[in-house]
Design a binder for this molecule. Structure first.
Ligand SMILES: Cc1cc2nc3c(=O)[nH]c(=O)nc-3n(C[C@H](O)[C@H](O)[C@H](O)COP(=O)(O)O)c2cc1C
Length: 301
């Protein structure tokens, strides 16, 4: 069998396939469909220092080949997360990546410090959520702010830090360089693209928040382009995501320069999507006689 393992900042994953934050919870519901032992890593829903109630409903809407969401990072807070979700995930032979959200630099640092002694493998810092009014995206759209928050978070972190980039910027490479300058270990991209949908019969916005983050197969070409640009701008490893639903989708990201990939919205229309992507990639390597997935990373120049 071909080698599927990849390494991100010294952390070895059995394969490059992980879940995208916010689309898989902490794996409890999905574990009825997918054996979590099959996955390279589970990336949890964003967790803050205190519980957040999220935005008013409606918070999701379907779009052509995708969806809009404005959940607003509803989460139970770090205390409940550590007591309930980490022990659940520790039962499985997969890496645990905790997605961290906050409104201020101090909020982020508090969660990162709290996780320093927890048995989790990496932390993904979400500075790119378009649905939270204060903080969040502000850090993800200004290079100086991104560099500074990366540097601050690194002071408190015991685990490697993944900075998650927003596609809602003029030049994604400028943001990638800022995160690298701040000391990021890994970059992940893309978060959702800001969008809007209008209910013409009721003459209202489809989402109570008016705007939401667009995700799903429709965003994939944008995401592949950005992964390619970032891979050529920095020397950090990349986790690619945005519209991945099949092994073929995932392989596009790998060939564009991603070391690992996350499956997000596809989990909603196919709860077996992560497993299908792992199996499909294994099959592709075998059929194409590729001995090691690492040979394909960034192969398209
Ligand atoms: C319902 C929903 C909730 C999400 N919540 C988070 C989150 O908590 N933290 C985060 O960094 N990204 C979050 N995201 C963004 C995804 O992790 C991912 O970056 C994005 O959806 C693109 O991938 P996809 O097209 O495969 O879904 C969320 C996406 C969706 C659809």
């Amino acid at each position: 069998m071909s080698k599927m393992s990849v390494t991100l900042a010294g952390v070895e994953l059995k394969n490059p396939v992980m879940t995208a934050s916010g689309t898989f919870g902490s794996g409890v519901e999905y574990s009825e469909f997918v054996d979590l032992n099959l996955l390279g890593a589970v990336v949890t829903k964003g967790v803050a220092n205190v519980p957040w109630t999220g935005n008013p409903t409606p918070r999701v809407a379907e779009t052509a080949s995708g969806m809009l969401n404005a959940i607003g990072l509803q989460n139970p807070g770090i205390d409940v997360f550590c007591e309930r979700d980490i022990p659940f995930l520790k039962q499985f032979d997969t890496k645990i990546i905790v997605n961290v959200c906050g409104k201020t630099t101090e909020d982020y640092c508090e969660v990162v410090e709290r996780l320093a002694n927890e048995p989790v493998d990496m932390l993904e810092i979400n500075v790119s959520c378009p649905n939270v009014k204060e903080g969040g995206i502000a850090f993800g759209q200004q290079p100086k702010a991104l560099e500074e928050i990366t540097r601050e978070v690194k002071k408190y972190a015991r685990q490697p830090i993944i900075m998650k980039l927003s596609p809602n910027v003029t030049d994604i490479t400028e943001m990638a360089r800022a995160a690298e300058a701040g000391g990021a270990d890994v970059l992940s991209l893309i978060n959702t693209l800001t969008g809007m949908k209008i209910d013409i019969k009721r003459r209202v916005f489809a989402l109570a928040n008016k705007t939401g983050g667009m995700s799903g197969p429709a965003v994939k070409p944008v995401a592949v382009r950005m992964v390619y640009q970032v891979a050529n701008a920095v020397s950090l490893p990349i986790i690619g995501m945005g519209g991945i639903a099949t092994a073929e989708d995932a392989l596009e990201f790998i060939m564009a320069g991603a070391t690992a990939v996350s499956v997000g919205t596809a989990n909603f229309f196919n709860p077996y999507a992560t497993r299908d992507v792992v199996r499909g990639m294994e099959k592709f390597l075998e059929n194409e006689k590729v001995a090691d997935i690492n040979e394909l990373i960034g192969i398209v120049k």
